[in-house]
Ligand binder design. Structure first.
Ligand SMILES: NCc1[nH]cc(CCC(=O)O)c1CC(=O)O
Ligand SMILES: [Mg+2]
Length: 330
Protein backbone atom coordinates (compact mmCIF):
# COMPACT_ATOMS: atom_id res chain seq x y z
CA UNK A 1 0.00 0.00 0.00
CA UNK A 2 1.31 3.39 -0.91
CA UNK A 3 1.95 5.97 1.77
CA UNK A 4 -0.20 7.63 3.06
CA UNK A 5 -3.32 5.45 2.82
CA UNK A 6 -5.27 7.82 4.99
CA UNK A 7 -5.19 11.44 3.89
CA UNK A 8 -6.87 13.62 6.50
CA UNK A 9 -6.65 16.54 4.08
CA UNK A 10 -9.03 14.92 1.54
CA UNK A 11 -12.12 15.94 3.51
CA UNK A 12 -10.69 19.40 4.11
CA UNK A 13 -10.03 20.07 0.44
CA UNK A 14 -13.38 21.58 -0.49
CA UNK A 15 -15.97 23.66 1.30
CA UNK A 16 -18.72 21.04 0.73
CA UNK A 17 -16.88 18.23 2.51
CA UNK A 18 -15.69 20.58 5.26
CA UNK A 19 -19.34 21.47 5.82
CA UNK A 20 -20.44 17.85 5.87
CA UNK A 21 -17.90 16.76 8.46
CA UNK A 22 -18.30 19.78 10.75
CA UNK A 23 -19.18 18.52 14.23
CA UNK A 24 -20.34 21.72 15.90
CA UNK A 25 -22.04 24.76 14.42
CA UNK A 26 -22.82 27.98 16.22
CA UNK A 27 -26.37 29.33 15.82
CA UNK A 28 -28.09 32.50 17.05
CA UNK A 29 -30.30 30.17 19.11
CA UNK A 30 -27.24 29.18 21.18
CA UNK A 31 -26.75 32.73 22.41
CA UNK A 32 -27.98 34.66 25.42
CA UNK A 33 -27.52 38.43 25.31
CA UNK A 34 -26.34 40.15 28.48
CA UNK A 35 -27.55 43.63 29.37
CA UNK A 36 -27.21 46.19 32.16
CA UNK A 37 -30.23 48.26 33.13
CA UNK A 38 -30.26 51.75 34.67
CA UNK A 39 -32.88 54.28 35.73
CA UNK A 40 -34.09 57.03 33.43
CA UNK A 41 -35.37 57.40 29.91
CA UNK A 42 -33.43 57.47 26.68
CA UNK A 43 -30.27 56.69 28.63
CA UNK A 44 -27.32 54.82 27.15
CA UNK A 45 -24.31 55.05 29.46
CA UNK A 46 -21.19 53.54 28.01
CA UNK A 47 -19.00 51.30 30.17
CA UNK A 48 -15.42 52.48 29.70
CA UNK A 49 -13.83 49.06 30.26
CA UNK A 50 -16.30 47.43 27.84
CA UNK A 51 -16.30 49.50 24.63
CA UNK A 52 -19.50 48.87 22.68
CA UNK A 53 -21.48 47.93 25.80
CA UNK A 54 -23.87 50.45 27.31
CA UNK A 55 -26.01 50.49 30.42
CA UNK A 56 -29.55 51.05 29.20
CA UNK A 57 -32.65 52.64 30.62
CA UNK A 58 -35.74 50.45 30.36
CA UNK A 59 -37.02 52.00 27.11
CA UNK A 60 -33.63 51.45 25.45
CA UNK A 61 -33.53 47.91 26.86
CA UNK A 62 -36.85 47.15 25.18
CA UNK A 63 -35.30 48.16 21.83
CA UNK A 64 -32.37 45.83 22.45
CA UNK A 65 -34.82 43.04 23.29
CA UNK A 66 -36.55 43.64 19.96
CA UNK A 67 -33.25 43.17 18.18
CA UNK A 68 -32.70 39.89 20.07
CA UNK A 69 -36.12 38.66 18.94
CA UNK A 70 -35.49 39.69 15.34
CA UNK A 71 -32.14 37.86 15.32
CA UNK A 72 -33.42 34.63 16.88
CA UNK A 73 -31.59 35.05 20.20
CA UNK A 74 -33.80 33.13 22.66
CA UNK A 75 -33.04 34.93 25.91
CA UNK A 76 -31.69 38.00 27.64
CA UNK A 77 -29.77 37.98 30.95
CA UNK A 78 -30.46 41.10 32.99
CA UNK A 79 -28.20 42.82 35.50
CA UNK A 80 -29.20 45.98 37.33
CA UNK A 81 -26.96 48.95 37.91
CA UNK A 82 -29.10 50.66 40.53
CA UNK A 83 -28.71 54.18 41.79
CA UNK A 84 -26.17 54.20 44.68
CA UNK A 85 -28.83 55.80 46.90
CA UNK A 86 -30.80 52.52 47.08
CA UNK A 87 -27.84 50.45 48.29
CA UNK A 88 -27.84 49.33 51.90
CA UNK A 89 -26.20 46.94 54.35
CA UNK A 90 -29.15 44.51 54.08
CA UNK A 91 -29.71 44.87 50.29
CA UNK A 92 -33.48 45.19 50.80
CA UNK A 93 -33.90 46.95 47.45
CA UNK A 94 -33.24 43.54 45.84
CA UNK A 95 -36.75 42.34 46.70
CA UNK A 96 -38.60 45.64 46.42
CA UNK A 97 -41.46 44.73 44.02
CA UNK A 98 -40.98 48.02 42.16
CA UNK A 99 -37.23 48.00 41.87
CA UNK A 100 -35.47 48.66 38.57
CA UNK A 101 -35.08 44.99 37.72
CA UNK A 102 -38.76 44.20 38.24
CA UNK A 103 -39.95 47.24 36.29
CA UNK A 104 -37.63 46.19 33.46
CA UNK A 105 -38.98 42.64 33.58
CA UNK A 106 -42.59 43.80 33.35
CA UNK A 107 -41.82 46.18 30.47
CA UNK A 108 -39.94 43.51 28.53
CA UNK A 109 -42.58 40.86 29.09
CA UNK A 110 -45.34 43.27 28.02
CA UNK A 111 -43.59 43.92 24.70
CA UNK A 112 -41.77 40.66 23.92
CA UNK A 113 -43.34 37.83 25.93
CA UNK A 114 -41.56 35.25 23.77
CA UNK A 115 -38.08 36.43 24.79
CA UNK A 116 -36.74 34.44 27.76
CA UNK A 117 -35.59 36.57 30.69
CA UNK A 118 -32.85 35.52 33.07
CA UNK A 119 -32.57 37.45 36.33
CA UNK A 120 -29.36 37.68 38.29
CA UNK A 121 -29.85 36.61 41.89
CA UNK A 122 -27.04 37.97 44.09
CA UNK A 123 -26.87 40.94 46.40
CA UNK A 124 -23.78 42.75 45.06
CA UNK A 125 -25.59 45.48 43.09
CA UNK A 126 -27.57 46.33 46.23
CA UNK A 127 -25.04 46.12 49.08
CA UNK A 128 -23.00 49.08 50.29
CA UNK A 129 -19.97 46.77 50.58
CA UNK A 130 -20.24 45.17 47.13
CA UNK A 131 -20.26 41.58 48.39
CA UNK A 132 -22.78 39.10 46.95
CA UNK A 133 -24.21 38.38 50.41
CA UNK A 134 -24.79 39.73 53.90
CA UNK A 135 -21.67 40.17 56.02
CA UNK A 136 -20.94 39.70 59.71
CA UNK A 137 -18.82 42.01 61.89
CA UNK A 138 -15.63 40.61 60.32
CA UNK A 139 -16.82 41.09 56.77
CA UNK A 140 -17.43 37.37 56.28
CA UNK A 141 -20.35 36.61 53.98
CA UNK A 142 -22.87 34.66 56.09
CA UNK A 143 -24.43 31.69 54.33
CA UNK A 144 -27.93 31.17 55.74
CA UNK A 145 -28.90 34.84 56.16
CA UNK A 146 -27.78 35.41 52.57
CA UNK A 147 -29.80 32.44 51.32
CA UNK A 148 -32.84 33.87 53.08
CA UNK A 149 -32.33 37.17 51.24
CA UNK A 150 -31.83 35.36 47.93
CA UNK A 151 -35.13 33.55 48.43
CA UNK A 152 -36.94 36.88 48.84
CA UNK A 153 -35.17 38.19 45.77
CA UNK A 154 -36.05 35.11 43.69
CA UNK A 155 -39.72 35.24 44.69
CA UNK A 156 -39.89 38.94 43.81
CA UNK A 157 -38.34 38.27 40.41
CA UNK A 158 -40.71 35.38 39.74
CA UNK A 159 -43.66 37.59 40.74
CA UNK A 160 -42.48 40.19 38.20
CA UNK A 161 -42.47 37.55 35.45
CA UNK A 162 -38.84 36.45 35.26
CA UNK A 163 -38.49 33.13 33.38
CA UNK A 164 -35.21 32.07 34.97
CA UNK A 165 -33.80 33.07 38.31
CA UNK A 166 -30.03 32.72 38.17
CA UNK A 167 -28.26 32.66 41.53
CA UNK A 168 -24.70 33.84 40.88
CA UNK A 169 -23.68 34.04 44.53
CA UNK A 170 -22.20 30.58 45.35
CA UNK A 171 -23.85 30.21 48.77
CA UNK A 172 -24.34 26.60 49.87
CA UNK A 173 -27.85 25.18 49.70
CA UNK A 174 -29.44 28.14 47.97
CA UNK A 175 -30.76 26.21 44.97
CA UNK A 176 -32.82 23.81 47.09
CA UNK A 177 -34.11 26.58 49.33
CA UNK A 178 -35.09 28.78 46.39
CA UNK A 179 -36.69 25.80 44.64
CA UNK A 180 -38.84 24.97 47.69
CA UNK A 181 -39.92 28.59 48.05
CA UNK A 182 -40.85 28.89 44.37
CA UNK A 183 -42.89 25.69 44.50
CA UNK A 184 -44.65 26.78 47.70
CA UNK A 185 -45.54 30.11 46.09
CA UNK A 186 -46.97 28.40 43.03
CA UNK A 187 -44.13 29.45 40.72
CA UNK A 188 -43.73 25.92 39.44
CA UNK A 189 -42.60 27.02 35.97
CA UNK A 190 -39.84 29.39 37.06
CA UNK A 191 -36.57 27.88 35.97
CA UNK A 192 -33.36 28.00 37.97
CA UNK A 193 -30.08 28.56 36.17
CA UNK A 194 -27.46 27.82 38.81
CA UNK A 195 -24.08 29.47 38.60
CA UNK A 196 -22.66 26.20 39.93
CA UNK A 197 -19.00 26.35 39.00
CA UNK A 198 -18.26 30.01 39.45
CA UNK A 199 -14.62 30.82 39.99
CA UNK A 200 -13.04 33.63 41.99
CA UNK A 201 -11.84 35.14 38.74
CA UNK A 202 -10.15 38.40 37.94
CA UNK A 203 -11.92 38.41 34.59
CA UNK A 204 -15.00 40.00 36.25
CA UNK A 205 -13.37 43.42 36.64
CA UNK A 206 -15.24 45.28 33.87
CA UNK A 207 -18.58 43.86 35.06
CA UNK A 208 -18.01 45.28 38.52
CA UNK A 209 -17.48 48.67 36.87
CA UNK A 210 -20.69 48.22 34.92
CA UNK A 211 -22.94 47.39 37.89
CA UNK A 212 -21.14 49.84 40.12
CA UNK A 213 -19.93 47.34 42.73
CA UNK A 214 -16.20 47.78 42.06
CA UNK A 215 -15.78 50.95 44.11
CA UNK A 216 -17.74 49.51 47.03
CA UNK A 217 -15.87 46.22 46.98
CA UNK A 218 -12.57 48.10 47.03
CA UNK A 219 -9.71 45.77 47.89
CA UNK A 220 -12.19 43.07 48.96
CA UNK A 221 -12.42 39.77 47.17
CA UNK A 222 -14.87 36.85 46.92
CA UNK A 223 -12.51 34.00 47.76
CA UNK A 224 -14.59 32.67 50.67
CA UNK A 225 -17.46 31.73 48.36
CA UNK A 226 -16.33 31.64 44.73
CA UNK A 227 -14.18 28.67 43.67
CA UNK A 228 -10.41 28.54 43.65
CA UNK A 229 -8.96 28.85 40.15
CA UNK A 230 -6.87 25.69 40.61
CA UNK A 231 -9.81 23.34 41.13
CA UNK A 232 -11.75 21.11 38.77
CA UNK A 233 -13.10 18.09 40.79
CA UNK A 234 -14.71 20.63 43.10
CA UNK A 235 -16.70 21.98 40.14
CA UNK A 236 -18.26 18.55 39.65
CA UNK A 237 -19.30 18.39 43.30
CA UNK A 238 -20.87 21.86 43.05
CA UNK A 239 -22.79 20.91 39.91
CA UNK A 240 -23.94 17.60 41.42
CA UNK A 241 -25.35 19.39 44.46
CA UNK A 242 -27.14 22.07 42.43
CA UNK A 243 -28.75 19.47 40.17
CA UNK A 244 -29.82 17.41 43.19
CA UNK A 245 -31.31 20.55 44.75
CA UNK A 246 -33.40 21.24 41.67
CA UNK A 247 -31.42 23.36 39.21
CA UNK A 248 -32.81 23.21 35.66
CA UNK A 249 -29.54 24.28 34.09
CA UNK A 250 -26.02 24.74 35.41
CA UNK A 251 -23.33 27.20 34.50
CA UNK A 252 -19.57 27.33 34.24
CA UNK A 253 -18.04 30.79 34.60
CA UNK A 254 -15.80 32.33 33.27
CA UNK A 255 -15.71 30.71 29.84
CA UNK A 256 -12.60 30.55 27.73
CA UNK A 257 -10.07 29.86 30.52
CA UNK A 258 -12.39 27.09 31.85
CA UNK A 259 -13.22 25.01 28.76
CA UNK A 260 -11.81 21.94 30.51
CA UNK A 261 -14.32 22.37 33.35
CA UNK A 262 -17.15 22.83 30.86
CA UNK A 263 -16.27 19.59 29.12
CA UNK A 264 -16.09 17.65 32.40
CA UNK A 265 -19.42 19.02 33.60
CA UNK A 266 -21.20 18.17 30.36
CA UNK A 267 -19.68 14.69 30.23
CA UNK A 268 -20.40 13.90 33.87
CA UNK A 269 -24.05 14.99 34.04
CA UNK A 270 -25.45 15.55 30.54
CA UNK A 271 -27.57 18.35 32.01
CA UNK A 272 -28.34 21.64 30.26
CA UNK A 273 -24.97 23.34 30.62
CA UNK A 274 -24.47 27.03 30.02
CA UNK A 275 -21.23 28.99 29.93
CA UNK A 276 -20.60 32.68 30.53
CA UNK A 277 -18.14 34.54 28.33
CA UNK A 278 -17.52 37.17 30.99
CA UNK A 279 -16.75 40.87 30.86
CA UNK A 280 -12.97 40.44 30.96
CA UNK A 281 -13.09 38.06 28.02
CA UNK A 282 -15.16 40.60 26.11
CA UNK A 283 -12.73 43.38 27.04
CA UNK A 284 -9.71 41.37 25.86
CA UNK A 285 -11.22 40.54 22.50
CA UNK A 286 -12.52 44.08 22.02
CA UNK A 287 -9.23 45.74 22.96
CA UNK A 288 -7.23 43.56 20.61
CA UNK A 289 -9.73 44.19 17.83
CA UNK A 290 -9.65 47.95 18.40
CA UNK A 291 -5.89 47.89 18.14
CA UNK A 292 -6.12 46.06 14.84
CA UNK A 293 -4.34 43.06 16.37
CA UNK A 294 -7.16 40.54 15.93
CA UNK A 295 -9.98 40.16 13.44
CA UNK A 296 -12.93 40.74 15.76
CA UNK A 297 -15.60 38.86 13.84
CA UNK A 298 -13.35 35.84 13.27
CA UNK A 299 -12.08 35.53 16.83
CA UNK A 300 -15.48 36.10 18.42
CA UNK A 301 -17.13 33.41 16.30
CA UNK A 302 -14.16 31.11 16.92
CA UNK A 303 -14.34 31.55 20.69
CA UNK A 304 -18.13 31.01 20.74
CA UNK A 305 -17.84 27.90 18.58
CA UNK A 306 -15.18 26.61 20.98
CA UNK A 307 -17.76 26.77 23.79
CA UNK A 308 -20.11 24.56 21.81
CA UNK A 309 -17.32 22.12 21.02
CA UNK A 310 -16.47 21.98 24.74
CA UNK A 311 -20.06 21.03 25.58
CA UNK A 312 -22.04 24.23 26.11
CA UNK A 313 -25.73 24.20 25.26
CA UNK A 314 -26.01 27.97 25.55
CA UNK A 315 -23.59 30.87 25.88
CA UNK A 316 -24.09 34.11 27.78
CA UNK A 317 -22.13 36.77 25.94
CA UNK A 318 -22.00 40.53 25.49
CA UNK A 319 -21.33 39.72 21.84
CA UNK A 320 -24.64 37.89 21.29
CA UNK A 321 -26.21 40.53 19.04
CA UNK A 322 -23.04 41.12 17.01
CA UNK A 323 -22.45 37.39 16.65
CA UNK A 324 -26.04 36.68 15.59
CA UNK A 325 -25.78 39.41 12.95
CA UNK A 326 -22.51 37.96 11.66
CA UNK A 327 -23.95 34.44 11.60
CA UNK A 328 -26.88 35.73 9.54
CA UNK A 329 -24.53 37.46 7.13
CA UNK A 330 -25.62 40.96 8.16
N1 LIG B 1 -23.01 38.32 41.38
C1 LIG B 1 -21.93 38.89 40.80
C2 LIG B 1 -21.69 38.65 39.36
N2 LIG B 1 -22.62 38.20 38.46
C3 LIG B 1 -21.99 38.13 37.21
C4 LIG B 1 -20.67 38.54 37.37
C5 LIG B 1 -19.59 38.65 36.36
C6 LIG B 1 -19.99 38.74 34.93
C7 LIG B 1 -18.94 39.27 34.04
O1 LIG B 1 -17.79 39.50 34.41
O2 LIG B 1 -19.29 39.48 32.87
C8 LIG B 1 -20.49 38.85 38.71
C9 LIG B 1 -19.21 39.38 39.23
C10 LIG B 1 -18.69 38.91 40.49
O3 LIG B 1 -18.88 37.75 40.90
O4 LIG B 1 -18.05 39.73 41.12
MG1 LIG C 1 -22.73 25.38 45.44
Amino acid sequence: MSFPAIRMRRMRRDAFSRALMREHTLLPSDLIMVAFVIEGEGQRESVPSMPGVARLSIDELVKLAGECVRLGIPALALFPSPDPSVKSEDAAEAWNPDNLMHRATRALKATYPQLGLIGDVALDPYTTHGQDGLIDAHGYVMNEPTVEALVKMSLAQADAGMDFVAPSDMMDGRIGTIRDALEAAGHIHTRILAYSAKYASSFYGPFRDAVGSAANLGKGNKHTYQMDVGNSDEALREVELDLAEGADAVMVKPGMPYLDVLRRVKDAFGAPTFVYQVSGEYAMLKAAAQNGWLDERAVVLESLTAFKRAGADAILTYYAIDAARWLRGE
